[in-house]
Design a protein around this ligand. Structure first.
Ligand code: ATP
Ligand code: MG
Length: 484
């Protein structure tokens, strides 16, 4: 079937690159098609960065036809072709090898035809091909119909296809979130099959984590997360950290706090994992941060694991993330988020605006209310101090991403909004040793030595946490006093 406008969602230079690559191969006597996820996304009217092409030319033959190529995965038949400033992945047709280990085909075998290449792919919606020169769309597995009906269906018998490659069940779950599709009945039944689970247990953990991360970046990760849990797939990966699937079920709409004992300190009001159509809002708010989707993954991982393992020390959750080979920043964000969530609600004040609140507190620390405010201020600075130790230069982005996250996905979590507001305010005040207007050298000149210097600086800092106006050289030298 002809689809002349299929490439419309691409940028003009991407379109040029794709057509140029296909034409070059075809003029040399080869076939060439766009294939896989990018065709699926283009049919849905979505632009894509991953442009995958498939051809019957062998990698060495393709390399001779283009000026700039990179042998990215030449052992699997893949090279990267650079055209018009874009990278295109060009893979030689492959056929189904045997999978004796449930992870990877035993050998990579090049195929002769496009049909062979399409048969080895996982789901019908991922097995569409498109000739960018003739505009012919090739649909040999009913992918178009499944796209219309929003269904994830394996090509061939699901038991066989899942058995061949134990990652496919996880991919099926993550497409529920990234595409917002449903599972076709037999595909769904096979996901819970214990034989399939045995195969999934052979999957390299990095591949599992990569799919999990893709799903966590989607508008709504809940379908993926609840399906890996309800089918028993999650347990397979929890086994690696000797953890048991929790009895708690994730709800589509409710706050995660439903799962958490109300008296648990971290959990008075746990933010929701997702809310439909709010991803764009989050992205708009965080457009100044280059890795805002990484932050989104990290925050969601925290919310998810906290919701399904209420009460488990966060160190154990970090252990799990380590086994799952999550990047270091995810573990650091987990530790920092635990501190953030443990903060109590700021004390309610009788002072209407923040300025008079500030003045009143400084002028008079005798009332119970002022004392409460000062202790809370100290707690906030102390928390910032600890957060800085964990996150270093990423602290500001952490506060910013969490604020955007709550604004977008959990506007009703008012106490958490208030805590973040206090942290953001405190961030502008001195809260680290290096913010003090005296340093170790000044103290040495006064005669302090060795460990004393650190202790005195810490004492100065604690006073400044109470009252930021004390951060002047004179006041701090007075606080420091003289060595005994
Ligand atoms: P996304 O848009 O989220 O990247 P995708 O479908 O493009 O989704 P990729 O992992 O980029 O996913 O894979 C590209 C294509 O390769 C898929 O569309 C599918 O045709 C094929 N594929 C990937 N992984 C497998 C697998 N485990 N088994 C069979 N085919 C696969
Ligand atoms: Mg892709």
């Amino acid at each position: 079937m002809l689809r002349p406008d299929l490439l419309q969602p691409l940028e003009p230079s991407q379109r040029k690159a794709v057509i140029q690559a296909a034409r070059t191969l075809q003029v040399a006597g080869f076939e060439c098609f766009l294939v896989g996820g990018c065709v699926r996304d283009l049919i849905r009217g979505q632009s894509t960065r991953d442009l995958d092409l498939t051809t019957n030319a062998l990698p060495e033959q393709s390399r001779q036809l283009f000026k700039k190529t990179i042998p990215t995965g030449i052992e699997h038949g893949t090279i990267t072709v650079r055209l018009q400033g874009h990278s295109l992945e060009l893979t030689t047709y492959r056929t189904e090898g045997t999978y004796s280990d449930g992870r990877r085909p035993d050998e990579v075998r090049f195929g002769q035809s496009l049909s062979e290449d399409l048969c080895r792919r996982d789901f019908t919606v991922n097995a569409l091909a498109y000739d960018p020169v003739s505009s012919e769309l090739v649909d040999e597995h009913g992918g178009l119909q499944d796209l219309e009906q929003r269904l994830i269906r394996t090509i061939g018998k699901p038991e066989d296809r899942f058995f061949e490659d134990g990652l496919r069940p996880i991919r099926a779950c993550r497409f529920l979130s990234t595409l917002d599709f449903q599972l076709e009945k037999n595909t769904e039944i096979a996901l819970a099959d214990p034989e399939i689970h045995k195969r999934a247990s052979l999957v390299a953990i990095e591949r599992f984590t990569e799919e999990l991360r893709k799903g966590l970046k989607s508008a709504n990760p809940l379908p993926m997360l609840s399906t890996i849990q309800s089918t028993g797939l999650l347990q397979i990966f929890l086994n690696r950290a000797n953890l048991q699937t929790p009895p708690v079920e994730l709800s589509q709409t409710g706050l995660c706090s439903q799962a958490i004992p109300a008296n648990h300190p971290e959990m008075q009001e746990q933010p929701i994992l997702a809310r439909e159509n709010r991803l764009a809002h989050y992205q708009k708010q965080t457009h100044s941060i280059s890795d805002s989707l990484d932050w989104l993954i990290d925050i969601r991982i925290y919310c998810w694991l906290r919701a399904i393992f209420p009460g488990l020390p966060y160190q154990e959750l970090i252990g799990l993330l380590r086994r799952w080979k999550f990047p270091n920043h995810t573990m650091l964000c987990m530790e920092a988020s635990a501190l953030l969530m443990a903060l109590p609600v700021p004390p309610k004040t009788a002072f209407a605006d923040s300025q008079s609140k500030e003045r009143a507190t400084l002028a008079d620390s005798s009332t119970v209310q002022s004392q409460e405010l000062i202790s809370y201020r100290v707690l906030i600075r102390q928390t910032l101090f600890q957060l800085f130790r964990i996150l270093d230069h990423r602290l500001e982005d952490f506060l910013f991403s969490w604020t955007a996250y709550l604004n977008s996905f959990a506007p009703e979590a008012t106490s958490k909004h208030e805590c973040l507001q206090e942290l953001q305010t405190g961030y502008r005040d001195p809260f680290r040793i290096k913010d003090l207007k005296v340093n170790g050298k000044d103290l040495m000149e006064l005669g302090f030595q060795g460990k004393q210097i650190g202790d005195v600086l810490q004492r100065c800092l604690e006073q400044v946490w109470k009252d930021p106006t004390l951060n002047s050289r004179d006041s701090l030298l007075e606080i420091a006093g003289r060595p005994q």
